[in-house]
Design a protein around this ligand. Structure first.
Ligand code: SF4
Ligand code: SF4
Length: 435
């Protein structure tokens, strides 16, 4: 189908995309780590519960931890070898539980049997059994997302990749177009819908052209506008439907899935392969050779940096994820997982990490907010410890944490930090009050 143009949305920002550093680098396969540190927290929900013991031999793809609760996900061995420890490790400043596997180099695999002519229920079960979560960053279990409580009529594949620097989805769309399309069809079958749209930002014309090859998938060219990849915005610009505050995309008849998730679904159905590896973009002005890499879960970030030639200069900032929504890394003592889309090493110029100065009351943060919120109010009252007023005046609970306000703020106010703090305080108060 010929690609059509989407409408734009009010507000948002125009950021320098910095994609040229890695978008033309074909994906390489990163060698298996000698030791994989596999986090038990690989979804939005509770950490999974280990079902292996120290000393146990495991195969690549073998289930090693069971989901704990509805929005948790199963975790699989990413390499074959021996479980040498199940322990807590310091990871980017937080204590997290890990299963440590020392590789034996055998490459022995344990997959589910491939499915042929799978029914909707078989596809849903396979997606759950393979531990597939949303690979766009949220790590929400896909099995839950494809079982909406209200009827839906449209599946949107999210190929926006609007975060600067990241090119993992772009490469996947070029290198595995067919598998993404087949994965989308399995998702559509599971959902009982026939309308499939793929939204891709205009800065990826080759990917848009690749998806014009299919009769059953409508490519939609998205304007380069941040945060175009947010679910609410991609739904609005591709279908004209609005998702109200506190509502889910399914309430507007739509389910959105990242293109990498569709690829993982294809592999789960056709090969029986659980989710334990993904493409990670290693980029930024302070890495010697930017690359896109197929990386096994649990690979030390240090090894990714070394594989890309190391630092070309001392980075001012290292980030896991994209620069707008990612997490700053204090060291490379961290390990990849299902949601690791990128590792960025930014120079001083790129990081522009100036010290915050007092708020100028310029209102720019509110002007760019795609959710029409008042982040300066959140920041002001949050700093005073009045989280209730912060949430009320800033409308903070509707924030999608896109980072546009902080990016535009001339005073470099730490707005995202204030927003997250406020949300956490409001949630804790609601839990305490039994609301
Ligand atoms: S307040 Fe939230 S939604 Fe609005 S720009 Fe800031 S991070 Fe994005
Ligand atoms: S953009 Fe920054 S300086 Fe301007 S009102 Fe918002 S928080 Fe204050």
């Amino acid at each position: 189908m010929k690609a059509i143009k989407a409408k734009s949305f009010f507000a948002g920002i125009h950021v320098k995309d910095m994609k040229s550093l890695a978008c033309n680098c074909p994906t390489e396969v990163m060698p298996d780590p000698a030791v994989a540190y596999i986090s038990l927290r690989q979804s939005l929900g509770k950490p999974a519960v280990a079902i292996v013991e120290k000393g146990q031999k495991v195969k690549e793809g073998e289930l090693i931890a069971k989901a704990d609760g509805a929005i948790s996900s199963d975790v699989f061995a990413s390499i074959a070898g021996e479980v040498t420890d199940i322990t807590e490790l310091d990871c980017a400043g937080c204590k997290e539980s890990f299963i440590v596997i020392k590789g034996d180099g055998s490459g022995e695999k344990s997959y589910f049997p491939p499915l042929k002519d799978a029914t909707a229920d078989e596809i849903k079960a396979r997606i759950r059994d393979c531990g597939i979560v949303g690979l766009g960053g949220a790590a929400f279990p896909t099995a839950v997302k494809i079982a909406p409580k209200t009827p839906v009529d449209t599946l949107i594949l999210n190929g926006a990749e609007c975060e600067p620097y990241l090119t993992c989805d772009h490469r996947l769309m070029l290198e595995h177009t067919e598998e993404i399309a087949r994965g989308a069809r399995y998702l559509a079958k599971a959902l009982g819908v026939s309308r499939i749209i793929i939204g891709i930002e205009a800065n990826k014309p080759d990917a848009i052209a690749a998806f014009e090859a299919f009769d059953d998938i409508q490519p939609v060219i998205l304007k380069k506008q941040y945060p175009m990849g947010s679910e609410k915005h991609i739904i609005y610009v591709t279908t004209g439907r609005k998702v109200g505050i506190g509502k889910l995309p399914a309430d507007s008849g739509v389910v959105v899935q990242n293109v990498a998730t569709a690829y993982a679904v294809c592999q789960a159905v056709e090969l029986g392969k659980p989710l334990y590896e993904r493409i990670v973009t290693v980029s930024g002005g302070a890495i010697a050779q930017p690359k896109n890499l197929w990386v096994k879960d649990g690979t030390p970030v240090k090894e990714l940096v070394e594989f890309c030639g190391g630092e070309s200069q001392t980075p001012k900032k290292a980030i896991c994820g994209g620069p707008m929504t990612g997490v700053a890394l204090a060291s490379y003592d961290m390990y990849t997982h299902k949601a690791t889309s990128g590792i960025l090493l930014l120079t001083k110029e790129e990081a522009a990490a100036e010290e915050p100065t007092p708020c100028l009351n310029c209102g720019k943060c509110a002007d760019v907010c795609p959710m029409h919120l008042m982040p300066m109010n959140t920041a002001f009252y949050s700093a005073a410890g009045d989280f209730e007023t912060a949430a009320k005046l800033g409308n903070t609970m509707s924030c999608i944490e896109c980072g546009a306000c902080e990016y535009i703020c001339p005073a470099k106010r730490p707005l995202i930090q204030a927003i997250r703090k406020t949300k956490a305080a409001v949630r804790a108060a609601a839990k305490k009050g039994g609301k």
